[in-house]
Design a protein around this ligand. Structure first.
Ligand code: ZN
Length: 76
């Protein structure tokens, strides 16, 4: 008895084996190769979302804001 889910990106149906009854992590869609982050507990899907592949987009923001103040005096 597997767990049936649909890819959030392309809707491709996927069946996860019993090994995923209690699983938290990523699965890859066979259809569009999107990476889905799933949380399963006792064979039931608790949470599913599309993984973007960008671990920390915020880092770019802080780097950008640092670069935005060229020559600014650092008072720390
Ligand atoms: Zn897909």
């Amino acid at each position: 008895m597997g767990i049936k889910v649909n890819c959030l990106s392309c809707g491709h149906p996927m069946e996860l084996s019993d090994a995923y009854d209690d699983y938290e992590g990523e699965v890859r869609c066979w259809g569009c190769r999107a990476v889905l982050e799933v949380t399963l507990h006792e064979g039931k899907l608790q949470r599913m979302r599309l993984a973007t592949g960008e671990p920390a987009p915020r880092r770019n923001d802080s780097e950008t804001s640092n670069l935005r103040a060229p020559g600014a005096p650092v008072s720390l």
